[in-house]
Ligand binder design. Structure first.
Ligand SMILES: [Zn+2]
Ligand SMILES: [Zn+2]
Length: 85
């Protein structure tokens, strides 16, 4: 399943061509939002925030491939990993 083109366009405008990830990933730790740039047609992954929620603008994040991979893998902030250990 994939997001409709209209959703992608809205998300791209919202993103201003930058990865929308605000997770505490190592690649952009301390910077808040990821600084990865992409173009309208490539360099991003449409990530479904809540897996079984509808394909809406609210449930779509445009992420760079690195962040999408980490998000997909269920990456958690370091503090949470430490707390588990
Ligand atoms: Zn990113
Ligand atoms: Zn990230």
């Amino acid at each position: 399943m994939s997001f409709p083109e209209s959703v992608i366009i809205s998300c791209y405008i919202r993103s201003e061509g930058r990865c929308e990830c605000r997770r505490d990933h190592p690649e952009h730790r301390g910077h808040g939002r990821c600084k990865a740039l992409f173009s309208r047609n490539e360099g991003w992954v449409a990530y479904r925030v809540i897996r079984n929620a509808p394909e809406t603008v609210q449930n779509c994040e445009l992420l760079c491939p690195d962040c999408a991979e980490l998000a997909e893998a269920g990456w958690r902030p370091l503090s949470a990993a430490v707390a588990r250990a």
